[in-house]
Design a protein around this ligand. Structure first.
Ligand code: HXC
Length: 257
């Protein structure tokens, strides 16, 4: 599939996906959603690809769902087409991917960043859920993921007032893992993804599934899930190789099985 609203590059085992609607600050319209679903599915299906980075521009990761597109759509249309349900296909990506966020990540843009396994922020990043000002509310998971990430007080204030959070506050609050100078952001994100891509692939996916289980289960169930997956990894050739490589003081060579 050829894309008009995103750019996709392969850097060895890392897929770089860049949102590319600069005239609309990368506002997320339905064409972009369709292209992103396709790009993530292709990444997941390609055995040579092991990690991905999603980024925007230095000015905007994404300034939200496309307001001009939503303006025309009423309840029956949105409900009937289950608008935004397609984003669940992005979050269904099994392999690890991170968001490299510079500039505005607002509304759906903040929600898309929060779908990533983690966020690296440029020092000019601004996060917000300003939907209330448009007479609407988050619709791609923001009320849930932001609250889990930063707690009720900050999430509620941001949703009720539309206040933006800068990169420093986002790091303090736990929304982003690290802040990088914006000019180095994509390079650092690619390096981080390459490090993830160099890990035993089944172990990487298992680590991702375990951490995500913490958001879906109670503690006892989550710990049981972790332990069973841990036991399962003992059946992989990469576990035998990883431990042998450690004992023999050499780098491991992974087979992905
Ligand atoms: C469509 C958008 C857009 C958006 C910006 N643009 N955001 N178009 N949808 N979400 C367009 C503008 O109309 C303008 O196009 C061009 O991008 C540049 O934007 P400016 O406003 O001129 O830039 P600037 O003055 O630098 O201000 C940047 C900004 C502002 C602060 C980010 O654009 C802004 O407030 N945008 C909307 C942010 C927002 O409310 N996001 C939440 C959307 S609702 P023209 O053609 O005029 O030059 C949402 C719902 C989520 O996300 C629910 C489920 C998905």
């Amino acid at each position: 599939m050829s894309y008009e609203t995103i750019l996709v590059e392969r850097h060895d085992a890392v897929t770089l996906i860049q949102l590319n609607r600069p005239q609309a600050l990368n506002a997320l319209n339905s064409q972009l959603l369709g292209e992103l679903i396709d790009a993530f599915a292709a990444f997941d299906a390609d055995p040579a690809q092991r990690a991905a980075v999603l980024t925007g521009s230095e000015k905007a990761f994404a300034a939200g769902a496309d307001i001009k597109e939503m303006q025309e759509r009423g309840f029956a249309d949105m409900y009937g087409s289950n608008m935004f349900a397609g984003w669940e296909r992005v979050t269904a990506t099994r392999k690890p991917w991170l968001a490299a966020v510079a500039g505005f990540a607002l509304g759906g843009g903040c929600e898309l960043a929060m779908m990533a396994d983690f966020i690296l922020a440029g020092d000019n990043a601004k996060f917000g859920q300003p939907e209330v000002k448009l007479g609407i509310a988050p619709g791609m998971g923001g009320s849930q993921r932001l609250t889990r990430a930063v707690g009720k007080a900050k999430a509620m204030e941001m949703c009720l007032t539309g206040r933006f959070m800068d990169a420093a506050e986002a790091e303090r609050a736990g929304l982003v893992s690290r802040i990088i100078p914006t000019t180095d952001l994509v390079g650092e994100a690619l390096k981080t993804a390459a490090l993830i891509a160099s890990m035993p692939p089944l172990a990487a996916i298992a680590n991702k599934e375990m951490v995500n289980a913490a958001f879906e289960t109670g503690l006892a169930q989550g710990i049981l899930f972790e332990r069973r997956l841990f036991h399962g990894l003992a059946a992989t050739e990469d576990k035998a190789e990883g431990m042998a490589a450690f004992v023999e003081k050499r780098p491991g060579v992974w087979k992905g099985r």
